[in-house]
Write a protein that binds this ligand. Structure first.
Ligand code: CP
Length: 308
């Protein structure tokens, strides 16, 4: 059987994504069915860039499936610090682990690693490019909050240029029906042209771009807030000028729909006031929890395992 990797969200068909969501929802309902499925299996988490949610939710997911985990959380503690290539590192780890989740600051690094891996590679975020497992988390959350993955207006707000979670989610939603996209950002942080040309326009999907969160707010069913990605800026002055362009607070939510769903991949800095956390429309802490369940479902899929 050929090895399955998850490098880009389009490596999964829409039907497979529906299946992952169904499995995650079954895991939530009946966790005991899944607790032994990965006994004697090992997950390696190779994180060359900082993470809280992605790494720990992968590890928590594998432990909840009865498996074990190994890995590192910074490049400095691996032989990368001695000059080893990513490809050689992954080739090495694939001798010890059954599946690898990898985050790297260089775009395309997980793809390159997959070429020499003997086991499935999961892209846990590559530079400002893609973050497919965050997208699975987002889709599970939308499905649980809205009961569907189609026919809604979603506003993406903040750093749409470097925000890899935005890029993967736009790609995934472009394959659903009836999605209206509103991109809310300053000029400098607009969605990259390659996504507009190769994904949205190619499929004949209409979208709107605006700098005004206030103007967009009343029409939104989902608001996807993002952090301005300090680590991707070449110039600190630009980061400081742009970082607080959008700050969601209770006042800005006054004209919003009563059933708005507010998402954020986290971590947040200033872009959502903590006063919004108690608003019933805030779903970003549920998103964090959903990340574990959908990663459990993904590990099972890539290892070819299922509950009887
Ligand atoms: N959403 C997300 O990728 O968070 P971490 O950077 O903490 O993993």
């Amino acid at each position: 059987m050929s090895i399955r990797h998850l490098i880009d969200i389009t490596d999964l068909t829409p039907e497979e994504i529906d299946g992952l969501i169904a499995t995650a929802e079954d895991i939530i309902a009946q966790p005991e069915r899944y607790q032994e499925l990965c006994r004697h299996r090992q997950l390696a988490t190779l994180f060359f860039e900082p993470s809280t949610r992605t790494r720990l939710s992968f590890e928590s997911a594998m432990l909840a499936l009865g498996g074990t985990v190994l890995g590192f959380s910074e490049a400095a503690s691996s032989s990368t610090a001695k000059g080893e290539t990513v490809v050689d590192t992954v080739h090495t780890v694939s001798c010890y682990a059954d599946i690898i989740a990898m985050r790297h600051p260089k775009e395309g690094a997980p793809f390159a690693a997959a070429q020499r891996s003997e086991v499935p590679i999961i892209n846990a975020g590559d530079g400002g490019h893609n973050h497919p497992t965050q997208t699975l988390t987002d889709l599970l959350t939308i499905h649980r909050e809205k009961g569907r993955l189609n026919d809604f207006t979603i506003g993406f707000c903040g750093d749409l240029k470097f925000g890899r979670t935005v890029h993967s989610l736009v790609n995934a939603l472009s394959r659903q029906t009836g999605i209206r996209f509103v991109f809310i950002s300053p000029d400098e942080l607009k969605l990259p042209d390659y996504l507009k040309e190769n994904v949205l326009k190619k499929q004949g999907l209409a979208y709107e771009e605006t700098a005004s969160l206030e103007a967009a707010m009343p029409g939104l069913d989902i608001l996807y807030m993002t952090r301005v990605q300090k680590e991707r800026f070449f110039n600190e002055a630009d980061y400081i000028r742009l970082k607080d362009t959008y700050v969601l607070d209770p006042e800005k939510l006054v004209p919003a729909k009563q059933d708005l769903c507010i998402l954020h991949p986290l971590p947040r800095v200033n872009e959502i006031s903590v006063a919004v956390d108690n608003d019933p429309r805030a779903a970003y802490w549920k998103q964090v929890q959903n990340g574990k369940f959908i990663r459990m479902a993904l590990i099972l899929l890539l290892l070819g395992l299922r509950a009887e």
